[in-house]
Design a protein. Structure first.
Length: 244
C-alpha cells in the first residue's frame, strides 16, 4: 500500500588509508553513543521489530474515536492530516471502521506530520486546538472530509497557510467552538508540545511513514496492494483479536 515516508540525509565521509589514534578513539565514543541512544529508543518497546507497548502508543491524554470498556483491542493510527495516503485510508478504511467497531475496540489517533507536507503541522494544531474544547473528533472528520478545500492545490500539495488557516477556522465555527480560544490554543506551546510528544512516541516505535497502524501493540502491515485489501485485512485482524 502507498504510504508517505520521512527522508533521512546522510553525510558520506572519505575513508583514510590508515586510522589514527584519534580516529580510533572517536569511533569508540561514537559506538558508545549508538548503544546509549539505541537503548533509549527501545524504552517502551518490546524486543520484536514492529511492536511497542500499549502504554507508549496510548499515553494519557491521547485522543480516541472509539473506546471499548473491556480494553481488549486497541488500534492506534499515526497520521498526517495532509497525507494523501492517510486521506485515502480515511475514505476507504477508517471512517467506516470507526463506526462499525464503535464500543468494541479502542481506536486511538496520534499526530505524525511529515516534513514533505507543509500544512501538516498547522492541521495537527487545529485538531489539538479543537480538542481543547472537546471537539477533536469533529475537527478530525472535518479535516479529512474537507481535504480538497485546504490540503491540495489542483493536483499538487498546497502550501497556502492562509487559505488553510481560514478553512480550519470555518471548521471550528461549524463545530460551535469559541474562535478566539481556538486561535490561541492552536498557537500555544502546549499544543506544540503535544504534537512533538506524538512524533517522539511514533519515532520510538519505528514509525517512518503515514498512515502507520498498531493493533494491540503490533504494527499492522497489509500484504495486498489496494485500499480494499487493507480494509479487509485490518478487519480480519481486528475480528481475530476480538475473538481471542
Amino acid at each position: 500500500m502507498p504510504r508517505t515516508s520521512r527522508t533521512n540525509n546522510r553525510t558520506v565521509v572519505a575513508a583514510r588509508s590508515g586510522p589514527s589514534l584519534n580516529t580510533v578513539l572517536t569511533a569508540l565514543v561514537a559506538l558508545v553513543a549508538v548503544v546509549v541512544i539505541g537503548g533509549a529508543l527501545l524504552v517502551g518497546r518490546s524486543g520484536d521489530e514492529g511492536t511497542a507497548s500499549t502504554e507508549a502508543l496510548f499515553p494519557a491524554g491521547a485522543h480516541t474515536l472509539s473506546t471499548a470498556e473491556d480494553g481488549r483491542v486497541t488500534l492506534v493510527e499515526f497520521l498526517d492530516f495532509q497525507c494523501p495516503a492517510c486521506a485515502s485510508y480515511y475514505t476507504g478504511v477508517t471512517e467506516r471502521l470507526e463506526q462499525d467497531y464503535r464500543g468494541r475496540i479502542t481506536f486511538v489517533t496520534r499526530n505524525f506530520p511529515l516534513e514533505a507536507h507543509p500544512l501538516a503541522v498547522p492541521a495537527a494544531r487545529a485538531a489539538e486546538a479543537a480538542a481543547k474544547q472537546g471537539a477533536y473528533a469533529e475537527m478530525y472528520h472535518a479535516l479529512y472530509e474537507g481535504f480538497d478545500q485546504w490540503a491540495v492545490d489542483g493536483r499538487s500539495t498546497s502550501s497556502d497557510v492562509g487559505r488553510a488557516t481560514a478553512t480550519f477556522e470555518e471548521f471550528a465555527v461549524a463545530a460551535g467552538l469559541d474562535l478566539e480560544r481556538f486561535r490561541a490554543d492552536a498557537a500555544s506551546e502546549e499544543v506544540r508540545a503535544t504534537i512533538e510528544r506524538d512524533v517522539a512516541d511514533g519515532t520510538a516505535a519505528g514509525v517512518t511513514s503515514t498512515p502507520t497502524f498498531f493493533l494491540n501493540g503490533e504494527e499492522f502491515r497489509p500484504s495486498g496492494g489496494t485500499i480494499a485489501d487493507a480494509d479487509r485485512e485490518l478487519r480480519a485482524a481486528i475480528d481475530e483479536a476480538l475473538a481471542g
